[in-house]
Every structure is written in C-alpha cells, then in structure tokens.
Design a binder for this molecule. Structure first.
Ligand SMILES: [Zn+2]
Length: 505
C-alpha cells in the first residue's frame, strides 16, 4: 500500500514538474523577442538644413488594404467592440497612405493605416522591408484606431480564447505600408508647405466619456502645394477621435470619418452628383491624435450633416459621413486659400528613441501567454516601444505610441478624487507647453499601440472610484499606471534638448 502511494506521489510530482516546464516553455515562446536587439537612438540636427536650406520635396503614396471577404470558411473578425463580429461587406475602402517629407538633408516617411492598431514589431517590420535606396532616415506608422477594420491586435476573434488576427492579412498590411512609402518616395516633388491650426469646438462631433472633461479638439493641417502653380499635392490632417462612429452593430467595413474626410478634401463635398464645396485634388493623409480618455462620437452625440442639414444621432454610415463632412467643411477653405503663407523650406530635426515599457496589466500578460496578443517582450514583463519628436519648419510633431489622454497633451490632469494613488499630477507640464514650434502636432498610435496612456493621479482600479462613480473604463486596456509618466518624461527630455539648442535644433 505504502509502495503504491509512494509511486503515485512520485508520478504526481513528475507530472506537476512537467506541467511547470511546459508552462515556462510556453511563456518563453510567447514572450520571445521578435526583433532581438532592436534599439533606436536617433538624433538628426536641423542646423545644416537651417544654415543652407534646400528646397522642400514631398511625395504621397496610397495602397488599398481591403481584406478578402470572399471565403465564407475564413471569416474576417472585426476589431474594437466585441468578439465574434464577422465582416459582412466592404462599405468603403481601407488604405495605407504615406507622405514622405524631405528637406534635402533628411527624409521622413509617415504612414496612416485604416487599422485598429499596429504593434512596434510590425512598425519595425515595415522599416526593415523598406529598400535602402529609398533613403528613409525615419518612418512613422500610425493606425487610425478604426473599430470597423480587421483585428490586428488579437483581442477580437471568434471568442475570448482565440485571436482574431489573420497572419496573412497582417502581412498584407505590412507590405502595403511598405509599398505606400516606396510609392511616396518615387513621387517626391518640389513643394511648399502651409500649416494651419483650426479651432474646432467638440460639440456635435466628439464626446469625452471619462472625467475630467478635457479635449484635444482642434484640427491641425500641413498643406503641400506645387511651388510653380499652387496646385495641391496633398495634406496631412491631425485631429483626435475614436473612429467608431457606426458603432458595435455595424459589420460593414469602413474607413469611418477618416475616409469620408480624405475623400471630401480630394473630391469635394458632393451628393447625388451635386458639388456643395469643391475638393482640391491630391492625396490626403489623416493622422489621429489624443484619442484616450475617451474621445468618441458616442451614440449619444448628435451630428449635423452639413449637406442635408439633418441631425443624425443613431449610429450609421450617414452619421459617419456627416462627421467627415463637418471636418472637411473646416479644412477645405484653408486648402482653397491661395494666400496662406507657405514656405519652400522646412528644415527637419528628429529625435527618436527606444523605450522599455513595464507591463503591470495582468490581462495583457495573460493575452500574450495565450497567444492573443502576438508581440515580443524585451525582458520579463517589459515591452519595447518608441517615442519621437520631430521639428518640421514651423511645426513640431510628438509621436506617442498609444492612446494618450488629452489632459497630458493640453493640461488639465487632476488629482482625481477616488484615484488609487492620491498624488499630485506627475505628467506635467503639458506636452504642448513643452513642444517647440508654432503648430504642434501629436501623432497618436505612432509606431505602436500600447493602449491607454492614463495620468497616474487619475488611475483607478480600486474603490472608491473616480468622482464618486461606480467605476471607470480605461485601465483594463493600459500597460499600467506608470506608462504615462515614462512616455511624458521621454518626450519632455526631447523638448528640453531641443530648447537647449542641442540636437535637435
Ligand atoms: Zn481606444
């Protein structure tokens, strides 16, 4: 009897040991570094470009990234709301759109993807796929964070335990982003740039669904024109809102307001063959900014269509189009104005750096372990990400690898009552106060999607909850309470370096 017990115990211990070994091996495999040793520390000074300016050149490229819906055996899982939301049709096209900026010394490529998220490993894959002869010194790939596009993050498959990412589609998007950059390089031509900052009250466009109520409401534009005839080459438009206007029940793929805006800038605001405001031609790139905290055209927001003057509240493609038209209505007069001050010179400076981001969120770790979130870790519970600060003529661009709360950008962080830490705001001064230049762009989801970037003094998981509420949404999709401070510090350092006159100038 004793012998049998002893044997069973040994068997049990052996089995337990085997399970532990298998779990460790699974962990090692799931969290393996996908871009081993990747480390970026880029400094490009604008001093030479400022001292001996060379004419600005600009190029655009765009490549379609519609998924293949023809195989009923292989559903395309839509991201952003719930599991098991299969795409039923393509309502309007998805694109990878690139704009390449070249001041004669430095060449930077910016890509906007009609996609939910693109991890740092994917952004590096694009970088590595670019041909050396394209001479790109830096690339920035930004997702729109669009909630009606194929899952590229792994969180919205057929159920909680299955990733919704189709590896072939991910390859398609990486290839398309790369090709859009190559096309943009091939299209480089002399250009002038005009910068615009368009005050845009959020009413009737976007709601803030989490206190404190702080927006990043204004639209910022880089407009590129032909120096000889003034014709539009294209534009880069920045604003901050979740592209999720058609909401959770919609299963028809759409580029959301980003697509309607781009189309209206190019082809005008039109309906039934009638043109209400003419377009300016060219290729237009939209880049999302501070979408955290949480900026959305919520179903409670009523949007007025400027063509029909109809008020649209129920989520629909019509309401989505109305958001795009409302934005285009504000941007088009600026693009049409031939008297805007524009320059043929826009020196580029650049500072970009790899950051190691600790992961406190156990759900993120579990999702990684299960293979839902497919991205590498540099070490245990630490992911590699990247921040950047560029200056471009009179403008500057802060590249933020996720969904930043607008109060970190514009100010208004609170020592929020009910917060878990009860501390004074750490992520101060606000980024726009620190950033150089006159027009200050924030590119969100730039070269990564880390999830929400939440001020530590507003972090709230434990009761009592913020402002006496029953609980808040955001923390579940964030790396942790120190994410914002780490990113803010890195960008603050870049801004101070810039101010001190070191690299970049
Ligand atoms: Zn989001």
């Amino acid at each position: 009897m004793k012998k049998i017990l002893w044997r069973l115990l040994r068997w049990g211990a052996g089995l337990l040991g085997l399970i532990v070994v298998l779990l460790v091996l699974r962990g090692v495999y799931a969290f393996r570094d996908r871009v081993h040793g990747y480390q970026l520390d880029l400094k490009v000074d604008a001093a030479k470009s400022k001292a001996t300016p060379r004419p600005l050149r600009i190029g655009f490229g765009r490549v379609n990234i519609n998924p293949d819906l023809s195989n009923p055996q292989k559903p395309v899982w839509l991201a952003g709301f719930s599991h098991h939301r299969a795409a039923t049709a393509i309502h309007d096209d998805l694109w990878a759109i690139a704009c390449v900026l070249d001041d004669g010394y430095t060449r930077v490529g910016v890509v906007g993807l009609d996609a939910i998220g693109f991890f740092h490993d994917d952004a590096v894959a694009v970088r590595r796929a670019c041909a050396a002869e394209w001479k790109l010194d830096y690339t920035i790939v930004c997702s729109m964070h669009n909630h009606t596009t194929p899952d590229l993050m792994g969180l919205w498959g057929k159920d909680v335990l299955h990733s919704g990412v189709d590896p072939d589609y991910r390859k398609q998007v990486i290839a398309a982003a790369t090709k859009s950059l190559g096309d943009a390089v091939a299209a480089l031509q002399p250009a002038r740039v005009a910068f615009h900052e368009i005050p845009t009250p959020p009413d009737g466009l976007v709601a803030d669904t989490r206190k404190p109520i702080v927006f990043d409401p204004d639209i910022r534009v880089m407009h590129f024109t032909n120096p000889t005839n003034g014709a539009t080459i294209g534009s880069l438009v920045g604003w901050g809102n979740h592209p999720e206007t058609p909401w959770a029940k919609n299963t028809e793929i759409t580029a959301d307001f980003c697509g309607y805006l781009r189309d209206a800038l190019e082809n005008g605001i039109t309906q039934d063959g009638k043109t209400f405001i003419p377009g300016v031609g060219g290729i237009h790139l939209y880049i999302n900014g501070a979408v955290g905290g949480l900026m959305t055209t919520h179903p409670s927001v009523t949007v007025r269509d400027p063509v029909s003057n109809q008020d649209l509240k129920e989520p629909s493609h019509e309401k989505t189009r109305a958001v795009g038209r409302q934005l285009a209505l504000r941007v088009l007069p600026k693009l049409a104005d031939k008297n805007s001050p524009a320059s043929e010179f826009a020196p580029i400076s650049l500072r970009a750096r790899t950051i190691e981001m600790p992961i406190a969120n156990k759900l993120f770790l579990a999702a990684g372990f299960l293979g839902l979130i497919d991205r590498g870790h540099v070490h245990w519970r630490t992911m590699r990400t990247e921040v950047a600060l560029l200056t471009f003529g009179d403008a500057s661009i802060a590249c933020v690898p996720g969904e930043i709360y607008p109060e970190i950008v514009n100010g208004g962080i609170e020592r929020a009552p009910g917060g878990d830490f009860d501390i004074e705001p750490l992520e101060v001064p606000p980024l726009r106060e620190l950033m150089p230049g006159k027009i200050k762009f924030v590119f969100g989801l730039a070269n990564d999607e880390l999830g929400y970037i939440i001020p530590k003094s507003e972090w709230d998981e434990k009761p009592p909850h913020l402002y006496g509420s029953k609980g808040v949404y955001g923390e579940v999709n964030s790396c942790g309470p120190d994410t914002a401070r780490l990113l803010h510090t890195a960008l603050k350092d870049f801004c101070q370096e810039n101010k001190a006159g070191g690299a970049p100038k």
